[in-house]
Design a protein around this ligand. Structure first.
Ligand code: ADP
Ligand code: MG
Length: 693
C-alpha cells in the first residue's frame, strides 16, 4: 500500500479533531453524540433535511421553512421576565420593503456577530405573528460581506443533525465535507451478494448521498442502506453470541412435577395464564444442556417475581443454587421478602439470604459462608454479589432484575460465579414491543407477561389543566390527611443531570414552603443524590409522606400505602414511562390516582395524555410511543446503542426479518467471520460497546 493510501485508511480511525477544521472543544461535543472518529462522523447521517424556499420578505405570507437575505435594522438582547431566558431580537428588511422579526433564545453570540446595518442571510421556519407579521425563531444566520456577497453556509438545503449544546448542523455539515474524501476507504460490512439481492447502495455512495442528497429519493436510499447495515451488524453479533453461549454447556435442570405442585400450593395465589406460560418456557430451557438466556418482560405488578421463584425452586430441587441481582438495596430487600413468602413454606430446605453492601461484617461473613458451602439455596442482593469474595458451591441459575440498569460486565461477572455457565433469566418492566426486543436483545429468547393478576384496583387517571393545579395539590393533601402517601414527579428537563437536580431541589423547596407546609413531611430524590436508597427507605416506612422525585423513582419499589402519583410536565415523558410512574401507586388495597399535568396543553399533547387516561395496557402505550415519537422514546436517548436511522427502519418488521435471516446465514456459513473481515471488525466493536451479553 502506498503511503498516501495508508494515511487515508488510518485517517478513518483517527479522532475527529485530526480533521483540519475540527477543534478539541468541538471534538468533546461530538463525543457526546458518540462521534469519536472520522469514521463515526461519516457514518452518522443527518436525521432530516430542510429545504428553505428563498424568498423576499414581503412575500412571507405563509408559515414554513424559508430563507431570506436582508439588512439588520435593529438588534438587541434582553432577559425574559418569566423563564429568565436570554433573548436576542432583531428586525430585518430587504428591498421588497417587508419586515421580518427574528428572535434567538439563549444564543450569546448573535449579538457579537450581528449589528445594525449588517447584511445577513437567514434560514429558518416562518411563523405568522399578530396581524400576519412574519417571524423566525432561532434561524441559521450568516453575516454577508459586501453588497454582492452571496451566502456560503446558509443555503436553500440544510441537513439536520442531532446536536448537543454548542454545535450546529451547519458546523457538522462543514466537518463532514472535509471528511468525505475518506468515504471511499470505508470497508463495507455488507457482503456484495447481500447488497445485490437487497438492492442496497455500497457504503461510500450511501455516505455521500446520505449527507448531501440531490433529492429525497437519494436520501431515503442512503438511509435504508445504513439502517440495513446497522441491523445486520447487530443481528450478526447476536447470532455469534448465541453460538458462543450454546458452545458452553450448562448443567440441565430436570423438570419435576412435584416441585411445581409444591410451589403452587405454597405461593399463596393462583398463577395467571401468562405466568404459567413464562414459567413453562423457562423450565423447558433449563432442562437442556444449552444455557437458558431468556428475557422476562412484564409490566410493573405483572408478577415477575413469582416466575423467578418457581425457577429457583426447580434449580434447588436439582441441587443447584440461584442468585438474584437487583439494582438497589431496597429492591433487593423487597425481593428477599417475596421469595421467602413464596418459597419457604413449601420448601423448608430452601434457605433465602440477602447480600448487600450495607450489611455488618459478621452478617456478611455468615452469608458468604452459607453461599460458598451451598447451605444457602437462593441469594438475593445488589452489586455486592459480584465482588470477588462471593463464591457459590454450585450456581445453576442467575437472575437479574431491571436488567437494563446493569452493564454487560456486571452481568458477565454474575454469570461467572457458576462453575459451568449458569442458566440466565433477565427481567424488565419496560414494555418492549416484540420488534424492538428482537432488534435489541436478539440473543435472548423472550417471555412476555401480558396479563395482570386479578383483583388489582385500576389507578384512576386524570389529565388536569395546569390552571387547576391547586385542585391536584388539594387531592394530594386529602390523601395525606387520610394517612396515605404521594409522589410528585418533576418535569423532565433535557439537560444535564446537574440541571435536573437543581430544578428538582428548587421545586422541592417551593412545595415545602408554599404548598405542603409542615406538618406534612416532604422528601426529595434525584439522580445526583447519594442517599437515594435511604430516601426510598424512609418513604417506604411512611416517614416521608410526599416524595418529590425526578425520573429516578421509576425502578420497581413497592410502597403499597402510596395512593397518588402527580406528574408535572407529563407531556414531556413518553407514554410508556408515564405508565411506569403510574405503576408505582395502586399497589395496596386503597383506590389510587394518577394526575397528569401538561406544560404545553396543546390539543396534540392532550390527546396523547388522554390515551394514558383510557388504557392500562403498557405494551399498547409503548407501541403508541413508537408510532408517535420513535423508538428512542421508549428506552431513553442512547441507551439502546442504535442510531435513529436503524430505529426508524424497525417500523417495518419485515425488513428486520430479512436482515435477521441474512445475518444468520452468513454466521452459519462462516462462524468466525473469517471471510468477512469488515463485518467481523464491526461486530467486535459492537460487542464491546453495547449491552449484548
Ligand atoms: P413485578 O412484575 O412488578 O415484579 P411482583 O412480582 O412484585 O411484580 O408482583 C406484584 C404483586 O402481585 C406482588 O404483591 C405479588 O405477590 C402479587 N402477585 C403476583 N402474581 C400474582 C397472582 N397470580 N395473583 C395474585 N397476586 C399476584
Ligand atoms: Mg419486580
Amino acid at each position: 500500500m502506498s503511503t498516501s493510501l495508508l494515511a487515508l485508511t488510518y485517517a478513518l480511525d483517527a479522532p475527529v479533531d485530526t480533521l483540519r477544521n475540527v477543534g478539541q472543544a468541538s471534538a468533546r461535543r461530538l463525543a457526546k453524540l458518540d462521534i469519536h472518529t472520522v469514521r463515526d462522523l461519516l457514518l452518522t447521517l443527518p436525521y432530516g433535511w430542510e429545504s428553505f424556499r428563498s424568498v423576499e420578505i414581503a412575500e412571507l405570507a405563509r408559515e414554513g421553512p424559508a430563507s431570506v437575505v436582508g439588512t439588520v435594522v435593529s438588534i438587541r438582547s434582553m432577559v425574559t421576565r418569566f423563564k429568565k431566558m436570554r433573548l436576542t431580537e432583531a428586525s430585518v428588511t430587504d428591498p421588497s420593503g417587508g419586515r421580518l422579526r427574528v428572535v434567538w433564545f439563549n444564543d450569546r453570540f448573535v449579538l457579537k456577530n450581528l449589528h445594525g446595518g449588517d447584511r445577513v442571510a437567514l434560514a429558518g421556519t416562518v411563523k405568522l405573528g399578530p396581524g400576519g407579521r412574519p417571524e423566525m425563531a432561532n434561524p441559521t444566520y450568516e453575516r454577508l460581506g459586501g453588497e454582492a456577497a452571496a451566502p456560503k453556509r446558509v443555503s436553500e438545503h440544510m441537513p439536520k443533525y442531532h446536536l448537543v449544546d454548542g454545535l450546529t448542523s451547519r458546523q457538522i455539515a462543514s466537518w463532514v465535507e472535509s471528511a468525505l474524501p475518506y468515504a471511499a476507504r470505508l470497508d463495507d460490512v455488507l457482503p456484495p451478494d447481500i447488497r445485490k439481492s437487497h438492492h442496497l447502495l455500497d457504503v461510500a455512495d450511501a455516505v455521500r448521498q446520505g449527507h448531501k442528497p440531490e433529492n429525497d429519493g437519494e436520501y431515503a436510499k442512503a438511509r435504508l442502506r445504513m439502517a440495513f447495515a446497522e441491523l445486520f451488524e447487530l443481528q450478526a453479533a447476536f447470532a455469534m453470541t448465541r453460538a458462543r453461549i450454546a458452545a458452553e454447556p450448562a448443567t440441565p435442570i430436570p423438570y419435576r412435577q412435584e416441585v411445581i405442585d409444591a410451589f403452587k400450593a405454597g405461593v399463596g395465589f393462583e398463577l395467571t395464564r401468562a405466568q404459567r406460560k413464562a414459567t413453562w418456557d423457562a423450565f423447558k430451557d433449563m432442562q437442556g444442556p444449552v444455557p437458558m438466556n431468556r428475557l422476562l418482560n412484564g409490566d410493573v405488578g405483572s408478577g415477575k417475581t413469582a416466575v423467578a421463584a418457581a425457577c429457583a425452586a426447580m434449580a434447588h430441587a436439582a441441587g443447584m443454587q440461584t442468585v438474584v441481582m437487583a439494582p438497589t438495596e431496597i429492591l433487593a430487600r423487597q425481593h428477599l421478602a417475596k421469595f421467602r413468602a413464596y418459597l419457604e413454606a413449601s420448601f423448608p430446605g430452601l434457605t433465602v439470604e440477602l447480600l448487600v453492601s450495607g450489611l455488618g461484617a459478621a452478617e456478611r461473613r455468615r452469608v458468604r459462608t452459607a453461599t460458598a458451602s451451598g447451605h444457602c439455596a437462593l441469594v438475593v442482593g445488589t452489586h455486592a454479589l459480584i465482588e470477588d469474595d462471593v463464591e457459590f458451591l454450585n450456581l445453576g441459575l442467575a437472575i437479574v432484575d431491571e436488567q437494563h440498569r446493569f452493564g454487560t460486565r456486571q452481568r458477565e461477572l454474575l454469570r461467572g460465579k457458576g462453575r459451568g455457565r449458569p442458566h440466565f433469566l433477565a427481567m424488565t418492566a419496560t414494555p418492549i414491543p416484540r420488534t424492538l426486543a428482537l432488534a435489541l436483545y436478539g440473543e435472548m429468547s423472550l417471555s412476555v407477561l401480558d396479563e395482570m393478576p386479578p383483583g388489582r384496583l385500576p389507578v384512576e387517571t386524570e389529565v388536569i389543566d395546569p390552571d387547576h393545579r391547586d385542585r391536584a395539590y388539594g387531592l394530594v393533601r386529602a390523601e395525606v390527611a387520610a394517612g396515605h402517601q404521594a409522589f410528585v414527579i418533576c418535569p423532565l428537563i433535557e439537560e444535564s443531570e446537574l440541571v435536573v437536580a437543581r430544578s428538582a431541589v428548587a421545586e422541592f423547596e417551593r412545595l415545602q414552603k408554599d404548598v405542603f407546609p409542615a406538618p406534612i413531611r416532604l422528601g426529595l430524590i434525584h439522580g445526583r443524590l447519594k442517599e437515594k436508597d435511604e430516601v426510598m427507605q424512609r418513604f417506604a416506612t411512611g416517614e416521608i409522606q410526599v416524595l418529590v422525585a425526578t425520573a429516578v423513582v421509576e425502578v420497581g419499589v413497592d410502597v403499597p400505602n402510596a395512593t397518588v402519583m402527580m406528574i408535572e410536565g407529563a407531556d414531556r415523558f413518553g407514554l410508556a414511562q408515564l405508565h411506569q410512574f403510574r405503576g408505582r401507586v395502586g399497589r395496596g388495597s386503597a383506590g389510587s390516582r394518577c394526575l397528569l399535568l401538561a406544560d404545553d396543553p396543546s390539543s396534540q399533547s392532550l390527546a396523547r395524555l388522554e390515551l394514558v387516561e383510557r388504557t392500562r395496557d403498557g405494551f399498547m402505550l409503548a407501541e403508541e410511543d413508537l408510532r408517535l415519537r420513535g423508538m428512542g422514546e421508549l428506552l431513553g436517548p442512547r441507551q439502546h446503542g442504535m442510531s435513529d436511522v436503524a430505529m426508524d427502519a424497525l417500523h417495518q418488521p419485515e425488513l428486520l426479518n430479512e436482515v435477521r435471516e441474512a445475518a444468520e446465514q452468513v454466521v452459519r456459513e462462516d462462524s468466525d467471520l473469517e471471510h468477512h473481515p469488515a463485518l467481523k471488525a464491526a461486530v467486535i466493536r459492537r460487542l464491546e460497546l453495547t449491552s449484548i451479553s
